[in-house]
Design a protein around this ligand. Structure first.
Ligand code: FAD
Length: 579
């Protein structure tokens, strides 16, 4: 697998001095909740450029339905939210990350509301709070029932548009992070980007915040929009950053399963309102699986569904189970978006059963960061779904991810001001490295040659990769399946990673191959079942694996980092940065 993990440093050949040059204090790669929140914070310390590879609506953030978890009512407490997060995380949450993010949540939400974010209220005019699986209190705030993400994205886009010093480049694809040297530890100084109108450009930045989102598209079945191709994880790994806990991919139990339809999420809040899962004989099978039935943790429900589908398949029962909402009063008012979606397929939840199936939903692993959003590469900060802060452990508690993006976006946006120094002097950073004060362009040369191997059917590689990931690295894994997929990816890498592409579709497939292999390698290393990582050949959680597995370019084996269990004494400063 070396070819995959130690592939060339950059995806394309270039000479930095021959390309158009753009300068900024902070470059934010990604315009979802984490990137936009980071941009607003960073704008207090200098100018900012935000990149989005598509338009500003094509983010996982905009697709979020259920809501944002935060302690906002008198019946709830920080302790309870912390505890629920730790239970879901199955021994792998970093306690200080959990406490810091949960404590910071109410403040972040109030700030959002002051920026104009609309949230649903109840008859008394108080915030309406919903409940989702794993939460012991009602603490999920939402907008228009199930359109929370759309409103959050709208609010943050408007805030960013109205913030002086922030420029937004839409349809601008980041290919790679720029480092003056190729060895791990060489500081990140911005990114090389591609825009269909302007071509390749160098964007030099004192600080780079990676907020490029998740990796759902690695899997054949996913709830994620098409942009979630793991580019950020791949470029951070190529630049020498450490990634951790890559085995942990959360699968959502209930997505609409109709031939030809995208795998639209049917939010867990629907099961929170009483929806039941039925097998092909209309039997409510979750009652036999878990005391919480349909509200059992997501991994339990997802596994139960795939096992039920396997049983049914042998009895010709079809490739899905049914979600029954027919008895839920006021469904249309509570879930107008889902009703509108179902209507497009001539389904009425008051009358019809809804065919559902699990799908890859959330990337828990990512670039390993500290609680200020720093990666281990100087100048590179990582936030949102692309980061691994230790909040989610081995399984994400529902609705904690928008919260994490908001909180860590704000914190990293302030932290990265540490890269800004006066008048070109050199500064020593806390971790001991030094960095030039201005993002002066250095000459970076990527000298790779075109491959002499033949043409490639990119769509075929992409769909083969997604199928292989779904079958072998999906909801149920085993050592044998993971070895098989490792061999497959290694073989495909031989004739895919040596190519030079000139547009995003090719770069995305190269990124997906690398990150798919990182997920498979971590899953093979983790010889246990824990949280959302289920191995059929080793079904228990093992104490030896209660650690984060960390991987870095040029280092073939996992390094392990202990999980922080210490009670946190984290202080929130006036600017919102954690110190
Ligand atoms: C259907 C669905 C429902 C969900 N519901 C909820 C929920 O109710 N509550 C909750 O807490 N979480 C929910 N989640 C998860 C949550 O939405 C995400 O974890 C969160 O929005 C991630 O935010 P982000 O800012 O990290 O990334 P995103 O919002 O995905 O933004 C990523 C950004 O990076 C950009 N980007 C990526 N690659 C490149 C590149 N190469 N060059 C330039 N730009 C790039 C993209 O264009 C995009 O702007 C849901 C997710 C989905 C898919």
């Amino acid at each position: 697998m070396d070819r995959l993990f130690d592939q060339r440093r950059y995806l394309i050949p270039f000479r930095s001095t021959l390309l158009p040059q753009i300068f900024t204090d902070t470059l934010v790669i990604g315009a979802g909740v984490a990137g936009l929140r980071a941009a607003v914070a960073a704008s207090e310390h200098g100018d900012v450029i935000v990149l989005s590879k598509g338009d500003l609506k094509s983010t996982n953030t905009a697709w979020a339905q259920g809501g944002i978890a935060a302690v906002l009512t008198k019946d709830d407490s920080t302790e309870s939210h912390v505890q629920d997060t730790l239970v879901a995380g199955a021994g792998l949450c970093d306690h200080d990350a959990v406490r810091a993010i949960v404590e910071h949540g109410p403040r972040s939400l109030r700030q959002l509301m002051s920026w104009g974010m609309r949230l649903d209220t109840n008859a008394e005019g108080e915030l309406a709070v919903g409940r989702e699986g794993g939460h012991s209190a009602s603490r999920i705030v939402h907008t228009d029932g199930d359109a929370t993400g759309r409103e959050l994205q709208r609010c943050l886009v408007e805030k960013v548009r109205g913030t002086t010093g922030v420029r937004v480049f839409e349809n601008c694809f980041a290919l790679d992070l720029i480092t003056p040297g190729n060895e791990p530890g060489s500081p990140v100084m911005g990114a090389i980007t591609y825009h269909p109108k302007y071509g390749l450009q160098m964007i030099w930045a004192k600080a780079t915040i990676l907020a490029s989102g998740g990796a759902g598209v690695l899997f054949r079945e996913t709830t994620n929009p098409a942009q979630a191709t793991a580019d950020g994880l791949a470029m951070a790994y190529r630049a020498g950053a450490t990634v951790s806990d890559m085995a942990f991919v959360q699968f959502h139990p209930t997505t609409l399963y109709l031939p030809g339809a995208a795998r639209w999420l049917i939010t867990e809040a629907v099961r929170g309102e009483g929806a039941c899962l039925l097998d092909s004989s209309h039997y409510r099978f979750m009652l036999d699986v878990h005391p919480l039935a349909e509200l059992a943790p997501r991994d339990v429900v997802s596994r139960a569904i795939v096992r039920q589908i396997a049983k049914q398949a042998s009895a010709a029962g079809g490739g899905h189970v049914w979600l029954d909402c027919r008895h839920i009063k006021g469904f249309q008012q509570r879930f107008p978006g889902i009703c509108a979606l179902l209507k497009k397929f001539d389904l009425d939840p008051a009358e019809d059963l809804i065919p559902v199936h699990p799908a890859a939903h959330y990337m828990i692993g990512g670039v390993h960061t500290d609680l200020a959003g720093r990666s281990d590469v100087p100048g590179l900060y990582v936030v949102g779904e692309a980061a691994s802060t230790g909040l989610h452990g081995a399984n994400r508690l529902a609705s904690n991810s928008l919260l994490e993006g908001l909180v860590m976006g704000e914190i990293a946006g302030h932290t990265c001001a540490e890269m800004k120094t006066a008048n070109g002097t050199q500064t020593t950073r806390p971790s001991g490295w030094t960095t030039p004060a201005r993002p002066a362009p250095v000459s970076v040369i990527s000298d790779i040659r075109p491959s002499d191997q033949g043409e490639l059917d990119l769509d075929d590689v992409r769909s083969s990769l997604r199928s292989a990931m779904w079958k072998n690295v999906g909801i149920e894994r085993s050592g044998a399946k993971l070895r098989d997929v490792g061999d497959m990816l290694d073989f495909w890498a031989r004739y895919t990673l040596d190519k030079i592409f000139d547009e995003p579709a090719g770069w995305e497939v190269q990124n997906m191959l690398l990150v798919g292999a990182l997920v498979a390698r971590s899953a093979a290393w983790r010889d246990e079942s824990r949280g959302c990582h289920t191995r059929t050949d080793t079904t228990e959680a093992k104490p030896d694996y209660e650690v984060h597995d960390c991987w870095r370019r040029g280092r073939g084996n996992a390094e392990t980092v202990p999980v922080s269990k210490a009670p946190a004494s984290v202080v929130v400063s006036g600017k919102g940065a954690l110190v």
